[in-house]
Design a binder for this molecule. Structure first.
Ligand code: NAD
Length: 361
């Protein structure tokens, strides 16, 4: 199979961690007989340096022409980088918001996996984390409270602010379908999180999710109120497979879930649109404090590349091979500095990529 992949190396550690993900993709391609066809795209600070803006229309068109985009992180040190002398709409992060909008990326996926080997980094008690856990948070990304009408005005002599939380049934249906599709590739359980005891938007959410669930009889559906979900994530995270939720609840719950897994250098993510297209990137930033030192953890980006194979190309076997290789390298005791602990072997960014490649095929 020929895979047309747009690559945004980005800024800071971006080029270092993306290079390792490409190394792992190339090795996977060799072993399983796929051709990786990369198109380099400029975004963020790297694009400002060349074009004066963080994302050009040409880059958007090139991204649209790709089957999927793999991205490192973008941005620099806000105190020292000249990029932050520019007006907000021209700064690196503006490129990220623009590309998400231009590509209509409405579904954000963040896996929260606790590897048994890294459970020391988990702040939860051992009896809770025994055996690790593996969940996927699926967050609606383009609707809800963050995109509704808002204003601040004086009412009866008091400053008064309002925000609106709106969802229509089509927006709910498309994210729910995505959530059930993904559950079909996993352990076939969806926990739909809402606040249906209070909010109209949540009652509509629940109704539409139930309609979609009827099309997926193999998938178990449960509803959970968001406050309960926040508690269950720290009390019994093993119970979750796919958590499906709206924008603001997902924003908060995905950060909570990722915190209980340990290092930011391990957290992959994907943003998907209605087709098979997706933008795959590590959850962390460009880490300017460690850029160029060869010590950044490339695993989040490598796991994002595995998600790309699974969700944009339906290459489940190949994605499994990468994820298993990551587990094996951790089991062997190799660690980058951010996940280092006593008695383990510390290695750099490139060596970590090599070790993971060594376990593929
Ligand atoms: P950050 O995630 O870059 O760094 C926070 C801390 O985590 C730092 O100590 C860093 O060294 C460490 N870290 C992050 N990724 C790591 C990795 N792979 N391996 C080892 N350690 C890692 O957050 P920040 O410092 O707040 O932001 C830096 C820049 O990144 C800013 O310009 C910010 O806007 C940008 N940012 C970009 C994205 C994105 O591209 N999606 C996301 C968040 C932040």
């Amino acid at each position: 199979m020929k895979l047309n992949i747009g690559v945004i190396k980005g800024d800071g550690i971006g080029p270092e961690i993306v290079a390792e993900a490409m190394k792992v993709l190339d090795k996977t391609g060799q072993v399983y007989g796929h051709e990786m066809n990369y198109t380099q795209l400029l975004m963020g600070g790297a694009s400002i340096d060349v074009h004066g803006i963080p994302l050009t229309d040409e880059t958007i068109e090139q991204a649209k022409a790709s089957d999927a985009v793999l991205m490192g992180s973008i941005g620099g040190d806000a105190k020292t980088s000249p990029w932050y002398q520019l007006e907000p709409s021209k700064r690196p992060e503006a490129g990220l918001l623009k590309i998400r909008k231009a590509l209509n990326l409405f579904a954000n996926l963040r896996p929260a996996v606790l590897y048994d080997e890294l459970k020391g980094a988990c702040p939860l008690k051992e009896e809770i984390t025994q055996g690790g856990f593996d969940m996927m948070i699926m967050r609606e990304l383009t609707g809800g409270l963050y995109f509704g009408e808002r204003s601040t005005e004086e009412v009866d002599g008091l400053m008064t602010a309002h925000d609106t939380l709106t969802y229509n049934e089509a927006e709910i249906r498309r994210i729910a379908k995505r959530g059930f599709d993904i559950a079909m590739k996993r352990r076939r359980k969806v926990t739909s999180v809402d606040k249906a005891n209070v909010l109209d938007s949540s009652r509509l959410w629940r109704k539409v999710v139930e309609e979609v669930a009827a099309e997926y009889p193999e998938v178990e559906l449960e509803h959970m109120l968001v406050d309960n979900c926040a508690m269950q994530l720290v009390k019994d995270p093993k119970q979750f497979d796919v958590i499906l939720t709206e924008n603001m609840f997902g924003d908060i719950l995905s950060d909570e879930a990722s915190m209980v897994t340990g290092s930011i250098g391990m957290l992959a993510s994907a943003s998907l649109n209605e087709s098979r297209f997706g933008l795959y990137e590590p959850s962390g930033g460009s880490a300017p404090d460690i850029a160029g030192k060869g010590i950044a953890n490339p695993i989040a980006t490598i796991l994002s590349a595995a998600m790309m194979l699974r969700f944009s190309f339906d290459l489940d076997k190949e994605a499994d091979a990468i994820e298993n290789a990551v587990s094996k390298v951790l089991k062997d005791g190799y660690r980058t500095i951010d996940i280092m602990s006593e008695g383990k072997m510390q290695i750099g960014t490139s060596e970590m990529g090599d070790k993971i490649c060594g376990y593929i095929g």
